[in-house]
Design a protein around this ligand. Sequence first.
Ligand SMILES: CC(C)(COP(=O)(O)OP(=O)(O)OC[C@H]1O[C@@H](n2cnc3c(N)ncnc32)[C@H](O)[C@@H]1OP(=O)(O)O)[C@@H](O)C(=O)NCCC(=O)NCCS
Length: 157
Amino acid sequence: MQVRPLNQSNRKWAMNLIKEVWISTKIVSKGKVHDTNELPGIIALHKNHRIGLLIYNIIGDECEIVSLNSLKENIGIGTALLKEIESFSTLKSCKRLWVITTNDNTDALRFYQRKSFKIVAIHLNALEQSRRLKPEIPFLGSNDIEMRDEIELEKTL
Ligand SMILES: CC(C)(COP(=O)(O)OP(=O)(O)OC[C@H]1O[C@@H](n2cnc3c(N)ncnc32)[C@H](O)[C@@H]1OP(=O)(O)O)[C@@H](O)C(=O)NCCC(=O)NCCS
């Protein structure tokens, strides 16, 4: 498996994937709308097939993982992308790598904690505000759990 920066030739594929998973290319976290089309990313490739995508946003000395998607789970794609963003953000002098996930997303909560991320905040009912900015956010999330809270996880670099 290889990881590479998201370039112009992969942008359309990346945006289609984001739309498929997150309904639109807008992603909301902590009351902020991210236009993922404007953000940098990393893709994972296997034999020239695109199998994973990570979109990030560096502000000051913090790097937010805005979106992480694996097209085939449990074979190391998420791990490879996370490893790459950790190295890259360290290189860019970031002190903190962080991510928001929602209370229903037990896969992501497990994944990040297994990768030494710590839960540092639970933003109760944050989805109410997010839905004002992105009304298409569903009410029912993974595992048939109501999507309600944002959970903030971080790894100190
Ligand atoms: C969360 C997510 C990104 C994880 O990606 P993934 O590609 O499945 O992650 P990995 O395969 O690297 O790791 C998952 C598990 O598989 C294991 N694994 C990795 N390579 C493996 C291999 N070759 N054989 C067997 N198991 C393997 C990992 O060790 C890990 O298990 P562990 O936590 O017990 O150690 C993925 O589930 C996903 O895309 N979810 C939907 C979108 C989402 O919710 N994103 C997060 C919010 S931004």
